[in-house]
Design a protein around this ligand. Structure first.
Ligand code: MG
Ligand code: ZN
Length: 216
């Protein structure tokens, strides 16, 4: 079985080299980079759209739309004025650093201030594949229930910023958003938790502060 272990070790090493290269490329060009992770329907795309609308044209935003197939999110980014690249994984349920590295070649990095990488909708395996970004952000929706953090601790352990989205629906569906908030802060006592409604544009100011983004 040791051969299997060596192979896995080599794969992990090349993964982390790709991730390091991505981060070097982005930071040397002054591009702030964020990996946006969360389940399908949690509001990843809407959050990026809302940020783009609220920052306005003085901050140039780029996005990689990571999806198994299709271009729905890519099309939404383009409509929001975001420089976007569509990254279809053709079945793979997470992005990896090599795929992201290839996508970076299709983006006008020198013009960008911020790059969002929207990971494949999945709260499990994206946690195992660092992409080479400045910061990893997890977004959950109150519609996913109160137990999301305690069910998927690995995902939340590696992020220091949790967005709890669709907060406007919490009362309607009878979910207490304090429960995932407290669970997260137990895992990450220094972490930030933002309550947001990407659809209504609430919580975005707090998110900008937590992300250390200056709006103009
Ligand atoms: Mg999406
Ligand atoms: Zn996967």
């Amino acid at each position: 079985m040791s051969e299997v272990n060596i192979d896995q070790g080599e794969i992990l090493a090349s993964e982390s080299e790709d991730a390091k290269r991505n981060l070097d490329t982005l930071s040397s060009l002054g591009v702030r980079s964020f990996d946006i992770m969360g389940a399908t329907g949690s509001g990843k795309t809407a959050l990026i759209e809302t940020i783009a609308h609220q920052t306005g044209p003085s901050i140039k935003i780029g996005a990689i739309a990571g999806d198994v197939t299709g271009s729905a999110d890519y099309d939404r980014f383009r409509e929001a004025g975001i420089s976007a690249h569509n990254l279809n994984t053709e079945g793979q349920c997470h992005l990896d650093a090599e795929l992201v590295g290839k996508s970076l070649q299709h983006l006008p990095l020198k013009q960008l201030d911020i790059l969002f990488i929207e990971n494949v909708g999945n709260l499990i395996c994206p946690a195992s594949f660092p992409l080479g970004v400045e910061r990893e952000i997890v977004i959950i929706s109150v519609t996913e229930g109160e137990d999301m953090v305690r069910k998927q601790p690995k995902m939340f352990m590696q992020s220091d910023l949790l967005v709890i989205n669709k907060i406007d629906l919490a009362d309607i569906i009878g979910v207490n958003p304090e429960i995932p908030r407290e669970d997260f802060l137990q895992l990450k006592p220094d972490g930030d938790v933002i309550f947001s409604s990407a659809a209504e544009g609430t919580g975005i100011d707090s998110l900008f502060n937590a992300m250390e983004l200056n709006t103009k």
